[in-house]
Write a protein that binds this ligand. Structure first.
Ligand code: ADP
Length: 446
């Protein structure tokens, strides 16, 4: 087992990893920018190293500085968390070349799934159904128009290097397509330094359903059921739940087994998620995330399994400690992502926390690096807390979520807590009757 892990991340996920390490008797090294000197992950880790100025490219994305910190502190593994360098195949390769273990999949698997065009064709070969779309990248507007004629409107232009919903534009006719194509390309260029785009049929009322997976280096692969992440704004998840109110037990078992089988054939090591859109009883693969996800928590709540612990174990070369039949689902869990943003305009609201009280009690979990008096720096993602609630039934979970949101106090800044209160009071949400466009429509109604 590893003796010391360096965590190349910040915020709640760095803290989440520190917690898993503590319980496993593994020492931790936090890295941080100058803006994060008093951050919670720095305080809770056994050691810390400052790796650069506030801008992420100079600190949390600074590969030489991170490797130096690992060498300096004698760490034997690096956990990338999510975001930042977590899906950077080159980073995974350099980490291994320098004699550290990378807590994640093999670099070639990260690269394969990082390009969404090759990811789709690979998954099709493995037998997963995909959304009808262009067979490859679309180099010009003419190619895009021809593809749209073939697929039929509405269509969605997506960035091959996509992530975080960036570089994604829908078009309902030729005229809209021209603008969507140019916009998607320039957004993709700005966000990923790669303006390759491809096209898919734009599904009008799908749910986003993803399967949590893990594989080890002994040929084992498991699924932990699905999560429903259809409550989204700008293609970004806002609320996630497990199990999905839209699936029955047979569909759950079918898609879980199918996805686990794919990563087993792949020889995939580590945690990963295969994402699908689900419409009219059919699943369509959209992408695979080769890392721990923000919403892994809801799966932990209904399975009682510590996914970070399993992730670390398989990275050391140990076999999985569970078999598929050991993975049992109990009750229901919902997660709300709480952002430091105005709840209506969504304008970021960094600043100093004045008054903080996290909800508690049976079935309530808060993953956050906030504390009273903490100053949220303006340089990073605006997500500041995850409230995760578990109940024996979905109804119990909803009642618990309502009272937990009421208890949650985050003073001094604007947060999206009121937005979550509004969403969970809606009959559609209470009935589990929503798709990926529901939240945008709800917000549009004002
Ligand atoms: P990213 O990598 O940017 O997160 P994804 O491919 O995972 O992109 O898609 C993010 C979200 O965008 C999905 O959860 C869904 O809401 C929406 N989306 C993606 N593909 C389609 C599609 N073909 N039709 C409709 N919505 C889509």
């Amino acid at each position: 087992m590893f003796e010391k892990i360096l965590i190349a991340n910040r915020g709640e996920i760095a803290l989440r990893i520190v917690r898993a390490c503590r319980e496993m008797g593994i020492r931790t090294v936090a890295v941080h920018s100058t803006a994060d000197e008093s951050a919670m992950h720095v305080r809770f880790a056994d050691e810390s190293v400052c790796i650069g100025p506030p801008a992420a490219r100079d600190s949390y994305l600074n590969i030489p500085a991170i490797l130096s910190a690992a060498a300096l502190t004698g760490a034997d593994a690096i956990h990338p968390g999510y975001g930042f360098l977590s899906e950077n195949a080159q980073f995974a390769r350099i980490v291994a070349e320098h004699g550290f273990a990378f807590i994640g999949p093999a670099p070639e698997h990260i690269r394969l799934m990082g390009d969404k065009v090759t990811a789709k064709s690979t998954m099709r070969e493995f037998g997963l159904p995909t959304v009808p779309g262009s067979s490859g990248a679309l180099p010009t507007e003419e190619f895009a128009r021809a593809a749209a004629q073939k697929i039929g409107y509405p269509v969605l232009i997506k960035a091959a290097a996509g992530g975080g919903g960036k570089g994604m534009k829908a078009a309902f006719n030729d005229e809209e397509l021209r603008e969507a194509y140019q916009l998607a390309r320039s957004e993709a260029r700005a966000a990923f330094g790669n303006d390759d785009v491809y096209m898919e049929k734009y599904l009008v009322r799908p749910r986003h359903i993803e399967v949590q997976l893990i594989g080890d280096t002994h040929g084992n692969a498991l699924h932990f059921g699905e999560r429903d992440c259809s409550i989204q704004r700008r293609h970004q998840k806002v609320i996630e739940e497990a199990p999905s109110p839209g699936l029955n037990a047979d569909q759950r078992e079918m898609i879980g087994a199918l996805a686990a089988n794919v990563i087993r054939k792949f020889g995939y090591r580590g945690v990963g998620t295969i994402e699908f859109l689900y419409e009219d009883g059919k699943f369509y693969f959209i992408e695979m995330n080769t890392r721990l996800q923000i919403e892994h928590t809801v799966t932990e709540m209904i399975t009682g399994i510590d996914l970070v612990r399993e992730q670390i174990r398989v990275a050391t070369g140990l076999p999985l400690s569970y078999k598929q039949e050991d993975v049992q689902f109990q009750g229901h869990a919902i997660e709300c992502r709480i952002n430091a943003e105005h709840p209506e305009s969504f304008i970021p609201s960094p600043g100093k926390i004045a008054g903080y009280h996290a909800p508690g009690g049976l079935g309530v979990r808060v993953d956050s690096a906030l504390y009273d008096g903490y100053r949220i720096p303006p340089h990073y993602d605006s997500m500041i807390a995850k409230l995760i609630v578990h109940g024996a039934t979905r109804n119990e979970c909803l009642l618990r979520l309502k009272r937990s949101l009421e208890e949650f106090v985050i003073g001094g800044i604007q947060t999206t807590l009121p937005l979550h209160q509004r969403i969970i009071a809606q009959p559609d949400f209470i009935n589990g009757d929503y798709d990926i466009h529901w939240l945008e429509k709800f917000l549009g109604r004002g």
